[in-house]
Structures are given as C-alpha cells and as structure tokens.
Design a protein. Structure first.
Lengths: 582, 366
C-alpha cells in the first residue's frame, strides 16, 4: 500500500478529539485490541487496499454494544482514491455470516458493485473478494455493507476521490460522516417496527396539544394516520454520530482562521435524515452526491440517508458547532469546528418537532402549510387523469383507481396520493418555515453541462407502503414477491422516470451504478446529477436517466428497514454481451 | 401470496420457488417485433417533441436540426457499441463534455406539462431483454448466484416475527369482591399471515377460576388495516367446550382497535363477541384507554345461564403509565352488566346483574 503525497492540502481525519490527537493513527496500524472498535477511522489509499470485516464492541456516551467494524473502526477506513487510477480492494469477511461492500455512488462494472444476489454472490465467512475497477470520477461517496442489516451495526465508511485537476477553491478538506449507533440488535429493531406501533416515536401528538385544529385532528384520525410519523427509528434508541463520535465524545475539528475548508458531508446513517448547520457560518454548496453543482450559499440543508453534499466554509476565529439534527428532532450529532484546540462549541437546543401537513398526504394544493404547493398547483401537471382529486376533503386517501394498472393493490398499500406534486422547492420536513437560507433541490444546477437528449420513454414507479403492518414496496410488490421481473432499460436508453410517493414518509431512493438527472427546472443540460433522490411524502420526483451502464443493478429505498421490508427492485440495463466475463 | 398462506417455513419454500421462476421467465416474454415497432415509433416521435417544445418556449435553445438526428443516431450507435464493447470496458472520455451552457430556461426539461405527457409510456425496447437472464451469471458460479438471489429476495420483505401482548393483567375491586382477569394475545408470522393465540379469563382471588379460554387462530390480511381470523376456541371453565371461531380484527377509522368474532360451540350454540378500544395519548407516557365489549348469543344457553340477544356488556377506561412502552401499569374503572334474559336469570338468583369495579393492572408486551 502506498500513501500518495497530497502536497497541496492537508487532510484532517477527524478521528478523535484533539485532546487525544494521537488517535489520528489508522486503527489497523495501532496494534490496539481488535475486540473493541475504535470510534472514527483511518485512511487507506493506493492501488491496492485491504479491508477486513469483523465483529467488535463499540461504545459512545452511555450506549455500548455489538458492532461490525471494518479494519477495527466504526466507521471503517476512509478509502481515498484519485480520479484516473486503478484500484483493487481486497475485502475479507471475518464474520460468521455472509457480508459484502457496496461502493455507493461509484461508476464501475456491475459485477463489482457489491450487492449479494444482484451483482455478485456475496462474501462468505473467511473468504476474500477482490473488487477491481478503474476510478472514473471524483467527489465524495461512501461504502457500506449490502448484506442484511449489517450497515446499522457499523459496517460503512467514507470514500473521497480527488479530482485529476486540483480545485483551488479550498485549502483543506474534512470528512463529516453522519450515522447512528444503537445497542439494540438490528433485527430486534426490525421486529419492533413490525410489532410495536410507533415504538421508537416518543414525540407523538397528545390530546392536549393545541397546535392542530380539531377538524384536522379528526381527519388524520379518520385516515388512521399519524401526523408525527416523521422517523421510524429515533433518538429513543440512536446516538447520532459524526465520524463515529457521539455528542458526549466532544469531537473537534481544528482549523486556522481564514482557512477555506471543504466539508465532505456524508449521510451514512441507516434511517436518519439530518438537518445540517453551523450557526453563524454560511456554507457554500459545491457538490451534491459527489457531482459538482453551481455554487449556492445556504445556512442549513437537509441531507437524506445516503446523500452527500460538499460545502465550503470559512469560519471566523473561535469555536463553532457543527450540528446534524435528526429530522424528527429527537437528537443530534455534534462536533466543534474550532480554531482554539480544546475549546468546544455549545450546540443549539433541539427545535420543535415538525408535524406533517396535507401536502404530505398527497393532497398537494390543498396544503395550507408549506408555501410551495401553490406554484406547482398552478402548473397543473400532477392532476391524475380521473380528476376526482379535487374532492380532496372527501377523506378518500386510498382511491386505488388512481393507480396505474401495474401497481398491485393489496393490504400493502394504505394510502394513494390523490394529487402528488413535484416539490423541488420544499427544503425538507421541518425546514420550510425557518427564517434563514435552506438548500432546496431546485437550487441544484449541474456545473458541467449534460448532453441534451429528450427521453424516448417515460416510466412511473409508485412508492407504496403500509405503516401499520410495516410493509414497504415499489408498485405494491415487496421485493420478496417480485421474484424475477426487473425494471428493464435498453442500453443507452434515455428514460424519464417519475417516482410517486403514495406514503407519508420521505424516501431516499437510490439507483446503483448510475447518476440520474433531477428534472428540477434547472434546464435539461443543467439538471443536477444524483445517485439518491428524496421523494417527499405524498409527492412525486422525476428524473431523467441515461441507462449507459450495462448489467444488473439494485434500486431501493435507502432507509435500511424499508429496504429490508421490501422496498427494493432490480434494474437491468441491456444488451449485455454474452460470453464475456470470468 | 399462495406461498405465504402456508404457515410452514417460507425460507425453505421460497428458495425453490424463486429458482424455478428464474428458469422460466422473462427472456422470451416480450414479442420482439412489437418492441421494435415501439422503439421505431419513439424515434420518429422525438423530432415532434423537439419542435413543439420550441414553439411553446421560443427563447433560445440548441438547434433542433442538430440534436434530433443525434438522438436517433446515438440509439443506433449505442446498440452497436454495446455489442462491440465487453462489459465493464470503460469509456475513456468523460461522460459530460464541459461546455458552458446557460440554457436555464429549458422548459422542455421541466418534467411537467406538455413535454412530459408527450414522452410515450410503454414497454422497454427489445434490446433490454437481450443477454442472459441474470447478468452476474456470466461472472460467477451460477449455483451460488441462484442461492444468493433467492436469499436476497427472501430477506427483503415477508419478515416473519412475533410478539406477545398482555393487554390486561388486572385485579377488580367491587363491593368487597376481589377478582382477577387476564387478556393476552400473541402472534407469529408475516405482515399478511399470522398464527394468533388469544387467552382470556377471570376468577376470584382465593376462589375458583370462573372463566378461562384459549383461541388458536389463523389471521390473513383482507385489507390495509384488517385481518380475517379463523380457528378454534377452547373453554376450560366454566366447562370444557370447544368452538369454531371466525371474525375480523384490525384498526378502524379514528384509530379504534376492533376485534369481532363469532363462535359456534360443539353444542351448536352461536355466540359473538365484539371488543373495541382506543388509545388516547395524554402525554408521551400517560395513555387513557376507553374500552367496550359486547357479548351476544343467538339462542338461550341454559347451562351457562345465558339468554338470547345481547347478554353482557362492559364499558371501561384504563389510565396507564408507560415507564417504557413495554411496561405500563394502570388504574381504571369498569361498568359491567348482564342484560336481557341473562340479567333476569341473575336477578332470579338474587344477585346483582350489573356493577362498577375499580381496576389495577399491568399492560405489558415483548
């Protein structure tokens, strides 16, 4: 293994508080007992990288429990690559069950994408699998297990790919990897979600809570829906981590006043959307999902599970709280960005929990809460053909006649969005009424021009679910029931895909092996490239996909327990030349 | 669906099912001619869309004359290129040519309105069905891939799990009488099909067990919120009686839990029971639960002192405190009354057919 000389800038690992600066040594070199995983991560680079997956213990604050660590750390090591290089990643599985690593956001031959049962057979216990591919891109990405629920247990880490051409806009970069830790076994969490109605939600609406009118309250009740259904798994069991450190760990990032710092923010959580802000320090967004976008300055942004954002900050002298607040405000991850080592910043208190609105039920323009509904209503595009949706108040929240015929109607669908809207200018649940500048998808414009091609086909995929039974699916079919009917694209076919969310939860939908373009009004040549798109509750989101990576790919909701409950499909891009391969 | 109806281990059943599907499906399905027609159709349509976009949105835009043929051309090129290129071969050129493009007013791309509606829906082109059924079979052992594939499907949806809920473990205090009661439900299965066990009963402290029954039911989802339940009920007290049970349980509008079951005993007696309850969250930990229960009979059942019609009802409210959701002690009150001819029978015995009770109990589950 070689460690390239990054002469232009230093890289701060953030792998331990400054008070224990010695911890910056990569874990695999430290000789520390492998029975206890280190919080934070080392860095690995070069043409050949060895990673080992093993069982460990992990502790942060008051929570302590089992973890799956890679090279002895949670998160696992930063894989730092350079655009244009070749890399061979040898992954050894020391667990007693199959494992895998998926390189999230990387363009690579599908057989190295790392999804057991889709791209490869998985890595058996004591087996080593070598992933080998050229690095065709630059930016901020991450890697994680795609086997069972291992990702929840700590089996994930960051990827940074330095661009072939240096970027003069910043002096130093830091990885900010957001995640959660729970001492509960992931399968026990999955069970609680299935059997214990809203078990992890300790912020339910109460009888005396006067914020909602009686009329609205009755309407929600009539629908058997919960207006506080923001996050399935919450701070009731999670400690929110930044680079493996909980709030109690007092993680500090050091900087020199005047330095321009690129924060590479990765949401590597299993189930959490975070609101990211550094009070008093504006952030200039320069990339989304690793792909460059036109610079836009904001004070806060919401990052969905599996998304990444790169921002540049120039903090003034002092100590600033870098806050990653869970979307349901049940907890936060926090670190200090400090020019005075040892001086930690005080995070702001948690804000009031948001409550869902009519728009989140798929009632689009009927919403009086979020101000953006009206614009879209004026465009009149999302009205279903039947036109019955205007009777929005008839409480028919499950008119299955609105669904296209390929959606399987059954107990797995508890709601149908009557009037789904594209809400590109909705900044995320709970951020639509804050007074400062919040990033919206409509702010994202690809920095490099995309080829101008009209799609030749359109496709509608419904995101469906039943909260009460904890069933999640695409088009009403859990992956376990699909068996063998993938979503097919012709090689190089350009397709406009509309995702319609017939549920009251926001879903981060991820397509492996490709970047699609959000049809967000930026103009076809500047539609931002993403690997993961949040589809807001009761809303739709449309992207243009040029399916130019042949092979079979996973396509799923990146909320881990939603995927586990069936919200997954295989996408296949063909033709696929026969006779090639191993 | 059929698969899940079987309460046997689906893991065992799922694997062969998936494997068989693999061998059969997909490849031959789409009539190639039709799909070809379709792709030809879309190619012809592309220029029309372009033209309309530009008339609708006059300001600027790159040259339709150039981009349209390019679209058509690139489709052809893509196919031949794909056939020539081994899988995994990487384009040497960056995917997006860096060119300054300021066409932020490209309304054609906004994804709503006319443009989107003119893009045809339809099946994928014929080429999307080419090649092996599973791409990874070209690179890895096919048997291992088949195993991994069936496991991957089986573990994304259809999770089998279970729980036991003691909704009521309580003591009743009324007019110097002290009684106990239980109401426990357990289930194991998937989101759609469950094996359900229920037990309830009551007796006097220091006295004898007055009523005790166990039900074993199969529950199958018949809608988003309701399960059909069918099975057997065995009464242990007051006398040993077996029943067939048939009913429905689930969540009614306004979040009211409802469970209604009809029973036919081995003596041919038809009875029914309906329960409804609702959790009102006063604080995050304090929950008030109103509850109502009716018992009905289609005929007199003299050996149990039951008269035809509505023969018993109880209305109660329980206030519980959830130290954790799994452990919630409560206090409550309940009014219970025998009605109609059943009440007459009780009165004739000199007893009071109705009365209030104060309750103390525990709601717990795991």
């Amino acid at each position: 293994m070689t460690i390239p000389d990054f002469s232009r800038r230093k890289f701060l690992l953030g792998s331990g508080s400054l008070a224990a600066a010695g911890l910056a040594v990569p874990a695999w070199a430290s000789g520390q007992s492998l029975t206890h995983a280190r919080n934070g991560f080392g860095e690995m680079s070069g043409e050949q990288i060895d990673l080992t997956i093993a069982n460990h213990h992990f502790t942060t604050g008051a929570r302590s429990g089992h973890a799956i660590a890679v090279n002895g750390t949670v998160p696992g090591p930063l894989v730092r690559l350079r655009e244009g290089q070749n890399v061979r990643l040898n992954v050894t599985n020391m667990l007693d069950e199959d494992s895998s690593i998926h390189w999230h956001g990387l363009l690579l031959p599908f057989q190295f994408d790392g999804v057991p049962g889709v791209s490869f057979p998985g890595i058996r216990p004591r087996e080593t699998f070598s992933y080998e591919f050229p690095v065709r891109q630059s930016g901020t990405y991450w890697w994680h297990s795609h086997s069972g629920l291992q990702e929840q247990a700590g089996h994930y880490g960051p990827i940074v790919i330095d661009a072939a051409e240096p970027d003069p806009r910043y002096d130093r970069d830091m990885v900010v990897l957001l995640s959660e830790f729970t001492a509960r076994h992931p399968h026990e969490i999955a069970r609680m979600l299935a059997v214990g109605e809203h078990y992890f939600n300790r912020q339910m609406q109460t009888v005396g809570d006067g914020a909602m009118s009686l009329e609205d309250r009755l309407m929600w009740g009539a629908m058997r829906m919960n207006p506080r259904d923001i996050s399935d798994v919450t701070g009731a069991t999670y400690t929110y981590l930044i680079n493996g450190h909980g709030p109690a760990d007092d993680l500090q990032f050091a900087f020199q006043p005047g330095e321009r710092i690129r924060l590479r923010i990765i949401n590597g959580s299993a189930m959490t959307f975070f609101n990211v802000r550094i009070p008093g320090v504006p952030m200039t967004v320069i990339a989304a999902d690793g792909q460059d976008v036109d610079e836009v300055e904001v004070d806060e942004f919401q990052i969905g599970t599996a998304e990444t954002y790169d921002v540049i900050v120039t903090p003034p002298d002092g100590s600033h709280a870098l806050v990653a607040e869970a979307m349901d405000r049940s907890g936060l991850g926090v670190a200090s960005l400090t020019s005075r080592p040892g001086l930690s910043a005080t995070p702001p208190p948690l804000r009031e929990i948001p409550t869902l609105t009519m728009a989140d039920m798929g009632m689009g323009a009927m919403d009086h809460g979020s101000g953006d509904g009206v614009d879209h209503a004026a465009m009149g595009h999302a009205m279903p053909a039947t036109g019955e949706a205007s009777g929005a108040m008839d409480h028919s929240m499950r008119d299955t006649s609105l669904l296209p015929p390929d959606v399987e109607v059954g107990p797995g669908i508890d709601m149908v969005s009557a009037m789904p809207m594209e809400r590109w200018d909705f900044p995320g649940l709970g951020l639509d009424k804050v007074s400062h500048r919040v990033l919206r998808y409509s702010d994202l414009k690809s920095k490099r021009a995309n080829p101008h091609r009209m799609p030749t086909r359109q496709l509608e995929i419904h995101l469906t679910g039943n909260m009460e039974r904890y069933m999640w699916s695409f088009d009403g079919k859990q992956f376990s029931a699909v068996t063998d009917a993938p979503i097919r694209f012709g090689f190089d076919e350009r397709v406009r895909v509309k995702l319609v969310n017939d549920t009251m939860m926001a879903h981060p939908i991820h397509l492996h092996g490709h970047f699609f373009e959000l049809v967000n009004g930026a103009g076809m040549m500047n539609q931002p490239l993403k690997h993961t798109v949040i589809v807001q509750p009761g809303s739709s989101a449309t992207f243009d996909l040029t399916a130019d990576e042949p092979g079979d790919w996973a396509f799923h909701c990146h909320l881990l327990y939603h995927m586990h409950a069936g919200m997954m499909q295989t996408v296949t891009v063909r033709p696929f030349p026969e006779g090639e391969g191993a | 669906m059929m698969r899940t109806l079987l309460l046997a281990s689906t893991a065992l059943i799922a694997s062969p099912a998936v494997a068989q599907d693999h061998s059969a499906h997909q490849m031959q399905e789409p009539p190639a001619g039709q799909a070809n027609d379709h792709s030809a159709h879309t190619m012809h349509q592309a220029p029309v869309e372009q033209a309309q976009d530009h008339t609708a949105h006059p300001p600027q835009e790159d040259q339709p004359a150039e981009s349209t043929p390019h679209d058509v051309h690139s489709s052809h090129e893509a196919q031949s290129e794909a056939q020539a290129n081994p899988l995994g071969q990487i384009r040497a050129t960056p995917r997006a040519p860096a060119q300054p493009a300021q066409d932020t007013m490209d309304h054609a791309a906004m994804g709503h309105g006319p443009a989107a509606q003119q893009i045809p829906s339809g099946p994928p082109p014929a080429r999307a069905f080419e090649g092996p059924q599973h791409a990874a079979d070209l690179f890895f052992d096919q048997q291992r891939m088949a195993q991994a594939r069936s496991y991957n499907h089986a573990t994304h949806g259809d999770m089998k799990t279970g729980t036991i809920l003691a909704e009521r473990l309580e003591a009743h205090f009324a007019d110097g009488e002290e009684e106990y009661a239980w109401d426990i439900t357990g289930w194991y299965g998937t989101a759609l099909d469950k094996f359900v066990i229920k037990s309830e009963g009551e007796g006097a402290f220091g006295g004898e067990l007055e009523e005790a029954e166990v039900q074993a039911l199969w529950a199958h989802a018949i809608g988003p919120w309701f399960d059909l339940q069918a099975g057997v009920r065995l009464d242990i007290e007051p006398d040993t009686t077996a029943h067939l049970a048939f009913g429905a349980a689930g969540l009614a509008p306004y979040n009211i839990h409802v469970d209604g079951t009809a029973f036919v005993s081995d003596n041919g007696d038809l009875t029914a029971r309906v329960e409804a309850e609702h959790d009102m969250r006063l604080t995050q930990k304090l929950v008030l639960q109103p509850r109502i229960e009716f018992e009905l009979a289609a005929q007199d059942i003299p050996e149990r002192d039951i008269g035809a019609g509505l023969y018993e009802l109880s209305i109660g409210a329980r206030l519980r405190y959830e130290f954790v959701p799994e452990f919630a002690p409560y206090v409550g009150v309940e009014y219970g009354a025998a009605t109609g001819r059943t009440a007459d029978i009780i009165r004739a015995r000199g007893d009071d057919p109705s009365g209030f009770a104060v309750l103390v109990g525990l709601r717990t589950w795991f």
